[in-house]
Design a protein around this ligand. Structure first.
Ligand code: DGY
Length: 408
């Protein structure tokens, strides 16, 4: 690789569409929610104004009910499906109808520390972030565990976590559709048709009720408490609390959320496997799947003694971790998206947590592994955990940003 820092900056600049960054051209030609927050942190290493702008553009798509969508369709791009007409988002910018892991408050707090001149910009975000977090708590909270209404909401689209809840869904009333993702990326690195039929069934359900959360909470066959959401929201509330204190905003509600989600995260603890996993509210069952999201308890600041054995076991089994699914469980597929590959930005979140929990040696080792993986495989969307070979999209924004802000 030529100078990797230069290459990473070139990727961010190349994916910049003016005020927002696409994850990668062609495959993902719009603004994605958490991708943008990682992009902002990458920009912050060389252009803080552009970093703030990235998050401001993201928040400009906030719905009246507080939800910040997972995709903002600023300009229509025919290379992507499902686009704005399929989603029928009801916010100020054409959008999808679901959200994504709320990592924004955490990184905005960090950005504000990095760039004191941006204090007013951070202050202006406290209200919108609070409204967004309230939306999660009001509509997706189940005794403090946070649920998703679609696997895409977690970012972990085809994790084995969704196999059981998806098996209970019979795709219905689907119009014929044509996938675009497999024209950009090899089919065996993407979700199957079986998954897509169910993704689109859930999108249609939301679209047809105008994304009425009260209705979806009642009728949707898919309501799953998820560690990505629960742990990122818990951490985000801790960071939002710090921002609110700094800028003199209301804190009582945020403190209540923190206490409730700390208690609710226990619902994701599966004593049978000694790990955090998803909990299907409709079936009343744990998935039994150990994913990379299972290791976000440290990032959330809960139970630092948990998950260490699984972390060490998997690190001893594969040269490159943390894989998105446990290689010693059935369902592991080392090249298929969220069923095995390693995602650099997940490693960053996991390592941040390890560091905070005082597990410094593991945090350092994970950073070293991620660095060598990127140096071997380039700025790919994800990597095969057996040999760091690149998979999915290339010239990928969040891998470049993770490099610049953390792994380099
Ligand atoms: C996709 O289209 O594959 C995305 O992951 C949805 O967010």
């Amino acid at each position: 690789m030529t100078d990797p820092d230069d290459a990473a900056r070139r990727i961010l600049r190349g994916n910049d569409r003016g005020g927002y960054t696409v994850p990668t051209a062609g495959l993902y030609p719009y603004q994605w929610n958490w991708d943008s927050v990682f992009a902002a942190m990458g920009f912050a290493t060389f252009d803080t104004d552009r970093a703030w702008q990235e998050v401001e553009t993201l928040l400009s798509g906030q719905w009246p009910n507080g939800m910040v969508p997972h995709i903002l369709f600023h300009k229509v791009e025919p290379t992507y499906f499902p686009g704005p007409d399929v989603w029928g988002g009801v916010g100020p910018v054409p959008s999808s109808g679901i959200s994504q892991p709320p990592i924004a408050a955490t990184f905005i707090r960090w950005l504000a520390e990095l760039d004191p001149a941006g204090a007013d910009r951070a202050k202006a975000m406290v209200g919108p972030l609070t409204d967004w977090h309230r939306w999660f708590f009001d509509w997706r909270g189940e005794g403090g565990a946070i649920c998703v209404s679609h696997p895409w909401e977690t970012g972990r689209d085809n994790s084995p976590d969704w196999d059981a809840p998806f098996a209970a869904i019979e795709p219905a009333n689907l119009d014929a559709y044509y996938r675009r993702d497999t024209s950009h990326v090899a089919e065996d690195e993407r979700p199957r048709r079986w998954d897509y039929d169910r993704y689109l069934t859930l999108v249609k359900l939301g679209h047809d009720c105008g994304w009425d959360e009260a209705h979806l909470r009642e009728v949707s066959p898919f309501r799953v408490a998820d560690p990505t959401m629960t742990f990122t929201l818990l951490r985000a509330n801790r960071d939002l609390l710090a921002l609110a204190q700094r800028f003199g905003a209301e804190t009582a509600e945020i403190e209540d959320w923190i206490a409730a989600i700390e208690a609710g995260s226990e619902r994701l603890w599966n004593a049978d496997i000694g790990a955090y996993d998803t909990f299907d509210m409709r079936a009343g069952t744990h998935s039994g799947v150990i994913s990379n999201a299972s290791f976000l308890n440290w990032y959330a600041g809960v139970r630092p003694e948990r998950m260490l054995d699984h972390f060490d076991r998997i690190a001893g089994f594969l040269p490159y971790g943390v894989p998105s699914a446990d290689p010693q469980q059935p369902g592991f597929e080392p090249k298929r998206y969220w069923r095995g590959p390693v995602w650099a930005m997940m490693n960053w979140l996991i390592a941040l947590g390890l560091r905070d929990a005082g597990h410094d040696a593991r945090a350092t080792a994970l950073c070293d592994t991620t660095r060598s993986m990127i140096l071997a495989g380039g700025f790919a969307e994800y990597f095969d955990p057996r040999d760091a070979s690149p998979a999915g999209g290339r010239d990928f924004t969040w891998t470049a940003a993770t490099w610049l802000a953390w792994a380099s």
